[in-house]
Design a protein around this ligand. Sequence first.
Ligand code: FAD
Length: 433
Amino acid sequence: MSWDFETDPEFQAKLDWVDAFVRDEVEPLDLLWPDRVFTPLDDKLRQVVDPLKQEVRRQKLWATHLGPELGGEGYGQLKLALLNEILGRSMWAPVVFGCQAPDTGNAEIIAHYGTPEQKDRYLRPLLEGEVFSCYSMTEPQGGSDPTTFKTQALTDGEEWVINGWKFFSSNARTSSFLIVMAVTNPDVSAYQGMSMFLVPTDTPGVNIVRNVGLAGEPDNEGSHALIHYEDVRVPADALLGGEGQAFAIAQTRLGGGRIHHAMRTVGHAKKALDMMCERALSRETQGELLAKKQFVQGYVADSYAQLMQFRLFVLYTAWSIDKHNDYKKVRKDIAAVKVLMPTVLHDIAWRALQVHGALGASNEMPFARMMLGASVLGLADGPTEVHKVTVAKQVLRDYRPSDDLWPSEHLPKKKGAAREKFAEFLEHGVGNM
Ligand SMILES: Cc1cc2nc3c(=O)[nH]c(=O)nc-3n(C[C@H](O)[C@H](O)[C@H](O)COP(=O)(O)OP(=O)(O)OC[C@H]3O[C@@H](n4cnc5c(N)ncnc54)[C@H](O)[C@@H]3O)c2cc1C
């Protein structure tokens, strides 16, 4: 029997090192260069970031979830979950540790479906942390429903020609290549008729029309591109995986992406709880600490319980992925974790904001940003509603309808069966048993 909640002492020592390193060396980057996280390094920033990445490699913590053949340590998802809880506190930390979204998911599908040439050209530099990538799937007329996608790729001699529009393609402006999902056979269902393409971002016809920002960001300076693909020509070998395989590839990619977001969200929500507790123990009102007020105690208790439930579910799901080595087999739990994630972060960030009073609502504390981040988590990689449907369908698969008019747990029916089973022990006339 093994059902253990301990972390190996050896790995715990590494996590302790990561905790101090992120706090002291990486979090300052968030304050000084918040807009440069996904930008290739210039000479000045290279002097700051490269030594940090080297130190992470020296500690054998670079891209730990990948196997050694891909330059990682092969620690798997559970250890990545424990690591990501710490990295989730900082915007820069995932980049410094070689496990940032969306590149982890993109790397995973190239590793899984790419040819040796594609791995050499796209995967190696990505894993070395030298370039960024973009996943270009959502379209302006619809994101959650792939049957609405219209971007098409048609063959012309030895080439594919891509035409169409994509929306919210994160990091397109700083990426060196895009993974584009396009219809290659409109005569079959969308689930069989779409393919993935690896497209260098500087290919003629890749037109970034504008860089959409999240709420509060300046116009056209966001990182989510509206892209018009206009007669974009790529060679036959730009196809990733087989023709018609895009949907299966997308599921692999998004499965990993979703659970990695959840791991980082544990860290992000923990940061909000830490701030809430510090404030409760620091601020006095009506002659006593906020921590003595029962409403505030309620905030602390609810937040702790919510965070622990979520954290254990995330760790369990990561453990299941390692066990089955197949995202599909863990689909129900990945979707359930995805459903919980925005609410957990939203609720804890909101309570932390409230406990900080006006300061909490100001731009001198990070809570409003965290709450927007929570809303974003309810959309990116698919809306909460769609994931709830997945969870419900998967849960219902394990059940069968009742075999008669009454539910199988209907008490009169069960009592009748129990009476029959023990008839010889029952005295006559105990009618109401
Ligand atoms: C920060 C951020 C980053 C992103 N990055 C990328 C990226 O890099 N690449 C990329 O391709 N996309 C990206 N996206 C897009 C994301 O995948 C889509 O936003 C998402 O799939 C939803 O699509 P949509 O926005 O078109 O919403 P819609 O599909 O229009 O859905 C809108 C709403 O309708 C409801 N709804 C939809 N379907 C159902 C249903 N079946 N049942 C019940 N209700 C439903 C939900 O309330 C949903 O929120 C990103 C989004 C965000 C916010």
